[in-house]
Design a protein around this ligand. Structure first.
Ligand SMILES: NC(=O)c1ccc[n+]([C@@H]2O[C@H](COP(=O)([O-])OP(=O)(O)OC[C@H]3O[C@@H](n4cnc5c(N)ncnc54)[C@H](OP(=O)(O)O)[C@@H]3O)[C@@H](O)[C@H]2O)c1
Length: 288
């Protein structure tokens, strides 16, 4: 694949799971990059956004900043919209002005989750949660930029992040004898390191518009939990239960498997299988 990414790459939300993985991937590739998080750049501040982008004159901005606590979005949709929606408009305006590409990270939660085959980029959206609605607004802002790439992903876990793998690991470490995990939500667990590589490869390939990017294969949270326990060598009883046994403020999509055919045809490769990704994630010792 030809390598077209020249010039500076800016990363927002760089202290988050994906932001960190992306910064590491940029470093590994010898790219000129700069990352900021809310402590140094609150993307809700249009002047600060414009000043940063104007000074940096980047070739691409990858927006990893987001209000990601799905249940909190239900009770605070205004704040979620400000971060996940309106602020993407500020990034879009500044990108258009300096001629930079805007790469917006989006989510499977833009879909209603009642499908029975993997969602493609052409499928109708219809979010059922505040998080999904606000992220969809972010997509719409990003799509207004002449050179845009919207990468929808799902079920992320990355090093030093707060994620399902670490929740499971903590339960195992504290000696939990048995666990109940929901088995009626199906999706695609995705390792941030693999996603970061895919994002940079998509930029290199000149991809634009919507692209779904998740590790290959799909499972339920229960299936994911069983695999995590197996890989950690834990002898723990993990019982499958229905979502209704764990009522949460935000509705969860029952089926949010993403079709990655478009990604595969652009990159001329699939993303690694989720089981392989999990094994690589667990190879690195967790933070003390
Ligand atoms: N996690 C998933 O399972 C998942 C699934 C599908 C899509 N995504 C999308 O993937 C992207 C990366 O997710 P992630 O898991 O890496 O999220 P994350 O770990 O929560 O990181 C998001 C980062 O954005 C920062 N942030 C929040 N509000 C901000 C603001 N106003 N200005 C600047 N920075 C702000 C957060 O800071 P604080 O921590 O201080 O708030 C955090 O460092 C997001 O767009 C998310 O919607 C995630």
């Amino acid at each position: 694949m030809s390598k077209k990414l020249e010039g500076k790459v800016l990363i927002t939300g760089v202290h988050g799971q994906l932001g960190r993985a992306l910064a590491a991937a940029c470093g590994d590739r010898g790219l000129n990059y700069e990352g900021r998080d809310i402590d140094t750049l609150d993307i809700r501040n249009p002047t600060a956004v414009d000043n940063w982008i104007t000074a940096a004159q980047p070739s691409a901005i990858v927006n990893c900043a987001a209000f990601t606590t799905v249940d909190d979005c239900e009770t605070n949709e205004g704040l979620a919209l400000a971060v996940n929606g309106t602020a993407v408009g500020y990034l879009a305006t500044a990108c258009d002005r300096v001629g930079a590409r805007l790469v917006q990270i989006s989510t499977d939660y833009v879909f209603p989750g009642d499908g029975d085959r993997p969602y493609t980029e052409e499928d109708a959206v219809g979010p059922v949660s505040a998080y999904g609605r606000t992220k969809l607004r972010g997509e719409e802002h990003a799509r207004s930029v002449e050179s845009n790439l919207v990468v929808r992903t799902a079920w992320l876990y990355g090093h030093d992040g707060s994620n399902f793998v670490e929740t499971m690991r903590a339960q195992i470490d504290r000696g939990a004898g048995g666990l109940k995990v929901v088995d009626d939500q199906r999706g695609c667990p995705t390792f941030c390191d693999d996603l970061a590589d895919a994002i940079l490869d998509l930029i290199d390939a000149g991809a634009t518009g919507l692209v779904h990017a998740v590790n290959a294969g799909d499972t339920t949270w229960h299936g994911f939990a069983v695999e995590i326990a197996h890989r950690l060598g834990a002898d723990i009883d993990i019982r499958p239960v229905a979502t209704k046994e764990f009522p949460r403020p935000a509705p969860r999509p029952a089926y949010s498997v993403l079709d990655t055919s478009r990604l595969e045809s652009i990159l001329e490769r699939p993303m690694p299988p989720w089981q392989d990704a999990l094994a690589r994630y667990l190879e690195r010792p967790c933070a003390p």
